[in-house]
Write a protein that binds this ligand. Sequence first.
Ligand code: AMP
Ligand code: MN
Ligand code: MN
Length: 315
Amino acid sequence: MIDLKSAASGAERILIAGHVRPDGDCVGGCVATGRYLKNIFPDKCIHVYLETVPERFSFLAEEELVSNQVADSSYDLCIVVDSSDSDRLGDAREAFEKAGSTLVVDHHVSNQQYGKENVVVADASSTCEVLYGLMDPEYVDERVAESLYIGIVTDSGGFRYPNTSRKTMEIAGRLMEKGIPFHEDMDRCFYERTYTQTQLLGRTLLASMRVMEGQCIVAAITRRMMEFYGAKTEDIDGIIDQLRIIKGVEVAILLHETGHQEYKVSMRSNKVVDVSKVAAYFGGGGHVRAAGCTMRGSIHDVCNNLTEHIEMQMM
Ligand code: AMP
Ligand code: MN
Ligand code: MN
C-alpha cells in the first residue's frame, strides 16, 4: 500500500483537501497530512484547503498551512481526505481534476475510488485512523498526533460507535504517548456547547416526532429556527446523537432546511438498519450507522419517503 511520504516524494506542489462542511475527521485528517508532509519535506509547497472550519476545531487549522481558498489549479499532487466522491470536494474539485496525480484516503463504504491511487478502508473508525497507517511514526509530532486523535475521537463518537476496534484504541494510545492534551480534546469535541447550541438543541428535541411506534424519531431544523437563535450550520452537530440515544429508538433522522423545500438529511441507526442504503437510494451515502443525503419536498413527504425505506429493512 502506498504511504504518504512516497506519494509526495516526486511532487513539488501539493494540495490537501477535504469535503464540504468539514467535520472533525476531515479537519484533523487534512491538517495532520499537511503538517506531517511539512515535517518530512519542509521545502515543498504544501497547501491545505478546507471550507469554513467549525469553531470547535479551528485551533487545529494553523494559518500558514490552512486556507479556505484554493490558490490555483496547478498542483502536482492532490490528496483528498474523508470524501466519498468528487462532488463533495467543493471548490477543490477543479484543482483535483487538474492535478498531475491524485490520492484518495477514506473510510466510506460508498467511496467511488475516484483517485489515481485510493486507500479506502471501510471498516476503519475514521479517515484519521487510515492516515496513521500511511505515516512513519518518527514524523508524527504532537500537532500531527492531536489532529489525528481529534479525527478518531469525533468519528468514533468518543470510541463508542461499533466502528471502534482494537486497532483504533491502539492507534489512539500511540497518539496519546506523543503528549497530546487528550482530556481537553474530549471536552472540546463532545461536551462543550455554546448557549446558542444549547438552545437549538432544546428546541429541536422539544419539536421531535416519534414514528413507527417509537422506533424512529424525526426532528427538523428550519431556516427560521436557525435565524431566530442566530445559529450557524456547525451548531447542529451533535443534536442527532441526542435523538439516537433515546430509549427504543432504532433510527434517528434530522432534517436541516437548506433551501425552499430542500433538506439536508442526517440519519443514525443503532442495531438493525443500514442507513447508508437508505441514503444511497436518495442519492447520498455514508456508513451503516451514520449516513446522509439531500431531499426535496415538504417535511412530511421527506419523512414519509425515508420511513418507508427504513420500514422495509425492519420487516
Ligand atoms: P452527517 O449526518 O452529515 O454527519 O453525515 C453522516 C455520514 O454520511 C458522513 O460520513 C457523511 O460522509 C455521509 N454523508 C452525509 N451527507 C452525504 C451526502 N449528501 N452524500 C454522501 N454522503 C453523505
Ligand atoms: Mn467526514
Ligand atoms: Mn470520516
